[in-house]
Design a protein around this ligand. Sequence first.
Ligand code: ADP
Length: 500
Amino acid sequence: VEKTADVIIVGAGGAGLAAAVTAHQNGASVIVIEKMPQVGGNTIISGSAFNSADPDRQATLEMTDLEKKTVEGIIAAEQTDPIVKEWQATLKTEYEAYLASGKTTLFDSPTLHKLQTYNGGDKQGKPELISTFTDNTLPAIQWLESLGMEFKDSVFTVLGALWNRSHKPVKPLGTGYIETYMNYIEANKNDIEIMVDTTAKSFIVDNGAVTGVNAEFGGAKVTLHANKGVILAAGGFGANVDMREEYNTLWPSLKNVKTTNQSGATGDGTVMAEEIGASLIGMEYIQLLPMGDPVTGSLSGNIEQGVQNRIFVNKDGNRFVDEGARRDVMTQALMKQTDAYMWVIVDQHSYPTGDTKNNFNETIDDLVAAGRAFKGNTLEELAAQIGVDPANLVNSVDTFNKAVDGTVSDEFGRTLFADKIDTAPFYAGARVPTVHHTMGGVEITPSAQVLDKDGNIIKGLYAAGEVTGGIHGTNRLGGNALADIAVFGRIAGESAALAK
Ligand code: ADP
């Protein structure tokens, strides 16, 4: 088989499909190849939170003193990068204007999002990419809405997001994104073709420029030519155990750690790009979550509904970490607990009724019936069910509740609170470390062009999504991936479609 389109896209997850829609909106014909039998990638099974400062959806949130201290600390922190220092100066101006306005609602801005993204990745992300990223999250939400996607009216704080700016789609998991893109693609199927079960193997390079993709469909060769450009959107390598072992330096061996990823997340795109001289950046930074199902490693069965209203306890019933911290910090702390095993504890604030669903479209009653969550009318009853010391569990919750009302400062330095855990029924769900995301990958410019090892642009090649590196540094903030793939997917689609 041999085909030609203006833009060829490798991977039909969130980044590839956002790029396909945008390339078409900019006048290009598009072919997307996907190695799995269905589209969606990790995006469709993700928690789906999308971070963006959003004055409308944040208008009902009050700012606490602890949150003010967080902003003040970010403004005052020592920074050396000149771009980052400029962000701090901008943030100071924005925050002073906010204070002068007398507003009491939560402060937020793309600038605060930049600094939290940069600091949260240990200053290893590239400032120019982070800038492009957070300046374009709200436009990306508005663009998704223009395509028919619906988000809830309020935001929340997803695990490791550090701030209350995570948008939640109305549809469960990542289905809202993928359905939105597929509706557009279906309506324009004369110009956008999706080829599933088709695996990209290598790039076609002509005179230093990428002009197409060599792929395979059931053993048969598929040759795809691009008039304008090729977009690499093949996702990360979280499901490739050998590749994880090759690059991992931050964690003990991850050989036996399960993953939240779909089985197609094997890093093919990164390898293909490296073969033609692309620069890879941050490959050693692998993200684990403390939120894996103990049997499968997947996110399903996770009973938390956001950061503010839950605590974690170990097998002794004791808290062990700031549950509002970075994902790497929480997972490292979990690894030090007995059997690297913990219980998420919530109360009626998270599940007002038994048919309230978690983020993965599961009701709490169903999870309890299936033995995947436990329910007690008192904390003692819950402790007995999950086999932890009741006195310890009661004490953990009591001490947490005192930090919620501010009578004591939290023993783990936690700053994100909403309600006390004080209303029956109480629920517990077990969780273990799981591999979730690979921060490293192909190095790109702010216009999503791929760079070679000398820092030169590889003509004809664009990349977006988890296959890229250099944005999230050592640790990606929760809720930043769906935002990143939409933002850079759009940029890649536009850049490729408009290429000369
Ligand atoms: P992102 O969030 O960056 O969009 P996803 O994991 O959602 O990442 O999507 C990446 C997609 O790319 C997945 O559907 C995956 O199966 C697909 N993919 C990975 N390797 C290849 C390949 N060699 N050829 C075609 N598709 C691929």
